[in-house]
Design a protein around this ligand. Structure first.
Ligand code: PGA
Length: 258
């Protein structure tokens, strides 16, 4: 079943990027053309300040543009500094990341909040990329599977579908550290997530895209992206440079033909 899922290579620029970075977006959009772009999706989530100009720049290309977060209220309101799903859709973005571990930690976002944010995304026709992942302590204590199960149950709305939701498994201890779980560990966690999705959503559970995130680099992309039930990557640091992002994207040249 997994073979039928169209993979996605997604970049999360976090709080990085000014107008000068638009050259990287342009280069990425030029690089995601051709035969490979028929088989997989590429997405960049720049900071909110660049979304509109990025979608304008990439309008006739295969590169998708997304946001990094949205407020749990889908439309307007008195929420200083926040951005609604409606505003993101208004900028022609297609996706929004919700529940990234940095938001959970720095902004105290609970699973319940993440679920509401995903609903706000659906309300505006956006696809939510819902992030889950265990801390280093939870990992060391062998609690990864339990933590995943709870985060998945509580962060995913009941009306999640493979069309409106992508799930990103990002072990927090692997984010920005250069450390990654071994392929067997990734396989085990992704298999467990898949089983939980099937248990909850029936056959539709087979169709959700499951991304792996955490120190994905050109050097390890092929190994990580070849793992069963890994349907793509969510990339932080290595997505900032077009050459690195495109090297990860092109890892699929081998994977999809082998
Ligand atoms: P990293 O970040 O690739 O820099 O480890 C991943 C993420 O936070 O999505």
């Amino acid at each position: 079943m997994t073979a039928a899922i169209r993979p996605m290579v997604a970049g999360n620029w976090k709080m990085n990027g000014t107008r000068a970075s638009l050259d990287q977006i342009r280069a990425i959009s030029e690089g995601v053309s051709g035969a490979l772009s028929e088989k997989l999706d590429a997405l960049i989530c720049p900071p909110a300040t660049l979304i509109y100009v990025a979608t304008t720049l990439t309008v006739d290309t295969k590169l998708l543009i997304g946001a990094q977060d949205c407020h749990e209220k889908a439309r307007s309101g008195a929420h200083t500094g926040d951005i609604s799903a409606e505003m993101i859709a208004d900028c022609f973005a297609s996706h929004v990341i919700v529940g990234h571990s940095e938001r959970r930690a720095e902004h105290h976002e609970s699973n319940h909040t993440v679920s509401k944010k995903a609903r706000a995304a659906y309300d505006q026709g956006l696809t939510a990329i819902i992030c889950i992942g265990e801390t280093r302590e939870e990992h060391a204590a062998g609690r990864t599977m339990d933590v995943m199960k709870t985060q998945l149950v509580e962060s995913l709305p009941d009306d999640a579908t493979p069309e409106n939701t992508v799930i990103a498994y990002e072990p927090i201890w692997a984010i920005g550290t250069g450390q990654t779980p071994g392929p067997e560990q990734v396989e085990d966690v992704h298999a467990a997530i898949r089983a939980d999705l099937v248990e909850r959503f029936g056959a539709a559970g087979e169709g959700f895209r499951l991304l792996y995130g955490g120190s994905v680099k050109p050097a390890n992309a092929r190994e990580l992206l070849s793992v069963a039930n890994v349907n793509g990557a969510l990339i932080g640091g290595a997505s900032l440079k077009a050459d690195d992002f495109l090297a990860i994207y092109r890892a699929y040249e081998d994977i999809l033909t082998s």
